[in-house]
Design a protein around this ligand. Structure first.
Ligand SMILES: Nc1nc2c(ncn2[C@@H]2O[C@H](COP(=O)(O)OP(=O)(O)O)[C@@H](O)[C@H]2O)c(=O)[nH]1
Ligand SMILES: Nc1ncnc2c1ncn2[C@@H]1O[C@H](COP(=O)(O)OP(=O)(O)O)[C@@H](O)[C@H]1O
Length: 190
């Protein structure tokens, strides 16, 4: 059986994880991005089964109880988790499996899959981070304040990640991320 790689992409909300992962899947043909389950309400334009699987708290607790999640965490008062079965299938298929998850989840994955590659996406500064969050226009002022507090905690753990990429110039950050993923993929193929 072929075995793929597992990549965790973490970093503060607004650092650009979603933007980078969207570009990555266009450039790495065997990249596959896991769809998380969340109890957060959909934002305008978010579609169930496309951006997230949106679930009630009861549904989420059932998934936890039946060991259906590879990892899960509470972020900003909502639960987020990675469905286990699809991730395992895609690793077995030889894909480059991408989890865009928070720092708490990242370390749970490392416990279960020590070979996972942990990538930390950094903003150029906290001011730029806040400006990006405001510019995205998806969060209330209160939610932005909470995310900025969480960002400080997440940034304090960046040195525990395998690699840190500063997302300043977008094309440059995409190149670095694609380069890292391809390098790890080559090691497995080779
Ligand atoms: N642990 C964990 N975190 C997740 C999962 N899915 C998303 N997240 C993280 O939850 C946080 C909030 O996500 P979201 O509400 O979509 O905000 P955004 O990342 O700022 O767009 C981010 O750090 C996500 O990376 C998951 O399945 N597990
Ligand atoms: N390199 C970059 N330069 C400027 N703006 C960026 C860059 N990367 C992402 N953004 C913008 O910053 C905002 C947050 O990016 P997003 O991908 O949603 O972050 P995350 O998924 O980490 O929360 C979005 O409006 C996005 O278009």
């Amino acid at each position: 059986m072929r075995h793929g790689n597992l990549f965790v992409i973490s970093g503060p909300s607004g650092a650009g994880k979603g933007t980078l992962v969207a570009r990555l899947v266009r450039e790495v043909p065997d990249a596959w991005v896991s769809m998380s389950v969340t109890t957060r309400a959909p934002r305008e334009g978010e579609v169930d089964g496309v951006h997230y699987r949106f679930a009630s708290s009861e549904e989420f607790q059932q998934l936890v109880a039946c060991d259906g999640l590879l990892e899960w965490a509470t972020y900003g008062g909502n639960c987020y988790g990675t469905p286990r079965a699809t991730v395992e299938e895609h690793i077995a298929r030889g894909d480059q499996v991408i989890l865009e998850i928070d720092v708490q989840g990242g370390f749970q994955v490392r416990e279960k899959f020590p070979a996972a590659h942990l990538v930390f996406i950094e903003p150029p500064s906290l001011d730029v981070l806040e400006a990006r969050l405001r510019g995205r226009g998806t969060e209330s002022d209160e939610a932005i304040a909470t995310r900025m507090e969480t960002a400080r905690v997440e940034l304090s753990r960046k040195m525990e990640y395998d690699i840190r990429l500063v997302n300043d110039d977008l094309d440059e950050a995409v190149r670095a991320l694609v380069g890292y993923v391809n390098e790890q993929a080559e090691k497995i193929r080779g």
